[in-house]
Design a protein around this ligand. Structure first.
Ligand code: ADP
Ligand code: MG
Length: 378
């Protein structure tokens, strides 16, 4: 007999498993939007427009001018673990795309009232294809439409199949929308952090019965400073200096092994690049809402590193927090990006050492600490 057919322990049916795990991949409005924007960036889009309809309650629409999707790939778009980016576990340590698990679109299908895909490759433009997907990620209908190169994905009524989560979203929609917007600021800063190329990101919202309003916009400039100006105005750059730190990370154990045996791993070099506001009694911010951290251009939330930055800053300026854009440039094999379903948590091989290095003041040959940088330039 089949395993589990007689006892109390039985397998869950596939559809239920799908809905259970999908709810962990897309936990809120913010992650839903993040997944779509990441797909556009992965498709090399230069221009991305995000349209919220009624703060995302009615629909979320992301329009890009990326590669488009080939007809051969339509069937796999929203199937679980179908991806064009990763084929084996070994690739995970070198993956440079945002996506790699093939879970986002299948999860969004399971968690919404359906998704529409409009797409055209360079060869097909000005004609494109419209696909309607059902909750299982299967194509329900297919048609032709006018479309220049790129892809549009529309998510209708997010969380409709999960009544509790839908109610929560409706109740707190302004706050959830604010969170999504905040993450979009990070993505607006990504391309400059990642590849020195700018993208145009436009975000709008149209409340029910109201007018469409612009929420944020970058103009496609490759410089981080230009993006900061586009996002918050020129005043945001007052008292902001380049952040450019290099650390050679090596554990004490590795140093000892190298000294005694002459071999062992060579130290890992970590660079931190971006912008930070200098301390001065008249600047800094009352909140930590403008602090953006990236690993190799991938936005992430490192609570301990963020705390270290703020502690260093507050040792000069007790009441305020700096504006930070910090991209940690590190070898891909020294971090694990597959820690949490929403990919916001990243394991960093030498996080504790890095935090230590950020904080110490006297510098040695190998690193200028954050503390010294702030002290020198203020
Ligand atoms: P992943 O990003 O992990 O591959 P997704 O479910 O997010 O998984 O997307 C599935 C696949 O659909 C991607 O691998 C990609 O080939 C295709 N795709 C999704 N969005 C876009 C887009 N905006 N442009 C081009 N291809 C896309
Ligand atoms: Mg993806």
């Amino acid at each position: 007999p089949q395993i589990g057919s007689s006892g109390a322990i039985k397998p869950i049916d596939t559809q239920s498993i799908h809905r259970i795990t999908s709810g962990q991949v897309v936990v809120d409005l913010q992650t839903a939007v993040k997944e779509l924007v990441e797909n556009s960036l992965d498709a090399q889009a230069k221009s991305i427009e995000v349209r919220f309809h009624n703060y995302g309650l009615k629909s979320i629409e992301v329009i890009d001018n990326g590669s488009g999707i080939k007809a051969d790939d339509y069937d796999g778009i929203a199937l679980k673990h179908y991806t064009s980016k990763l084929t084996s576990f070994e690739d995970l340590s070198t993956v440079l795309t945002f996506g790699f698990r093939g879970e986002a679109l299948s999860s969004l299908c399971a968690l919404s009232n359906g998704i529409s895909v409009v797409t055209a490759t360079a060869a097909e433009t000005p004609k494109g294809t419209v696909l309607e997907m059902d909750r299982n990620g299967k194509i329900q209908s297919k048609g032709k439409t006018a479309r220049t190169r790129g892809t549009t994905i529309i998510i209708k009524e997010l969380f409709k199949p999960l009544p509790v989560r839908r109610k929560e979203l409706e109740r707190n929609v302004k706050r959830e929308f604010g969170k999504a917007l905040n993450l979009l600021y990070a993505y607006a800063l990504v391309p400059c952090a990642k590849a020195d190329k700018g993208i145009r990101l436009t975000v709008t919202n149209q409340p029910d019965g109201g007018r469409k309003t612009l929420q944020l916009k970058t103009d496609g400039s490759p410089s981080t400073r230009a993006s900061v100006t586009a996002l918050w105005g020129p005043k945001a750059l007052d008292n902001v200096v380049e952040l450019d730190l290099t650390f050679q990370m090596e554990t004490e154990k590795a140093v000892l092994r190298r000294q005694s045996t002459g071999d062992g791993d060579s130290p890992t070099t970590i660079c931190v690049r971006g912008l930070i506001s200098k301390f001065s009694p008249s600047c800094g911010r009352a909140t930590t809402d403008r602090q953006f951290f990236f690993i190799n251009g991938r936005p992430f939330s490192p609570p301990k590193i963020q705390k270290a930055f703020n502690e260093v800053y507050r040792s000069f300026n007790a009441n305020q927090s700096p504006f930070i854009v910090a991209d940690f440039v590190i070898p891909t094999h020294t971090c694990d990006i597959n820690v949490s379903p929403d990919k916001r948590t990243i394991f960093l091989h030498s996080e504790a050492n890095l935090i230590q290095a950020l904080k110490v003041c006297p510098w040695n040959r190998h690193h200028v600490s954050l503390k010294l940088l702030i002290a020198l330039c203020s």
